[in-house]
Write a protein that binds this ligand. Sequence first.
Ligand SMILES: NC(=O)c1ccc[n+]([C@@H]2O[C@H](COP(=O)([O-])OP(=O)(O)OC[C@H]3O[C@@H](n4cnc5c(N)ncnc54)[C@H](OP(=O)(O)O)[C@@H]3O)[C@@H](O)[C@H]2O)c1
Length: 302
Amino acid sequence: MSHLGNMPWKLPCALTVLALLSEISAQTQYKTLSNGASMPVVNLGFWQASCPSRMANTWLKNGNSGIDEAWVYRNQPRCAWGIEDSGVLRSNIFMTSKVWRMDGYVHARSQILETLFQLDMDYVDLMLIHWPQGPDMKGTWRAMEVLVNQGKIKNIGVSNFKKDDIDKLLSFATIKPVVNQIPYNIYEHDESLVEHCHSRGIAIESYSPLGTGQMGIIKNSQLQAIGKKYHKTAAQVAIKWIVQQGHLVAVLASSEKHQQEDVDMFSWSLTSSEMDEISRISSSTSLHSKKRVILGGLHHAV
Ligand SMILES: NC(=O)c1ccc[n+]([C@@H]2O[C@H](COP(=O)([O-])OP(=O)(O)OC[C@H]3O[C@@H](n4cnc5c(N)ncnc54)[C@H](OP(=O)(O)O)[C@@H]3O)[C@@H](O)[C@H]2O)c1
């Protein structure tokens, strides 16, 4: 009976916790992957992040959970400082990282263990092969599968994989990839690759949803006109177009304002004719403004 006697005092506290939890789940919307795992729809990207520690801190403190890192971004330790300082429980964070290239079992295993050390984490939620480059896809994937079985990785996937790369991987994978992270925005969207992945149970995660901020998406007048109706910016409409198709997103947003805008995706919808209009933008825009070059293996918009 004594615990019942305490209840009136504990109730406000319990209600506060419940309110906080519902706030977190309202902010972080999840997608169920083909293996049943849940992944946040909007993830904060850290490629070329100006202040990784502050970014991660603000993101998590505001109730978001998805973080998109990579060994090659060379800022995982600084991201980890921000995570630790936020005080957010590990179980409320969805951590993605990427192993650079496909240089085989030993290379992949040591790089992933180094990533865990850099992040000061016992496991990552999602590990991707960053690029389908390198001589040993099979050994690299095997290293990831073994680390899944050892509890160091929860889910595995790929990035920048084309159709042939996907099918090669599936020919020997014991654990199937759940995600292919690819460039996907209003100017570059390979729908046949999307279809190929979906038919094999692989979700699409868009990277560079705003064209790295350099492809004119943020100032696109068609997106601005559509956004006006909903009191949203062109950037928000560009991300919403991706999210409304059911894709995951990794977006770089340094400021708290941009972070808040980029997760404000779930209380409004674009009409189907607006979705179609946005899908047609890429074919009506000159190739010049959307050209990308690959510098040091990483995409840059020019
Ligand atoms: N797998 C791969 O090979 C690969 C390759 C490239 C990128 N990625 C991942 O994808 C993430 C995102 O892609 P990205 O870095 O190329 O860039 P992006 O997300 O397409 O664009 C980032 C730019 O958009 C701006 N921005 C963000 N939210 C905004 C808003 N609400 N309004 C106006 N501007 C806004 C940012 O400005 P502020 O910073 O000032 O907020 C920044 O200049 C990367 O950080 C990385 O995690 C993966």
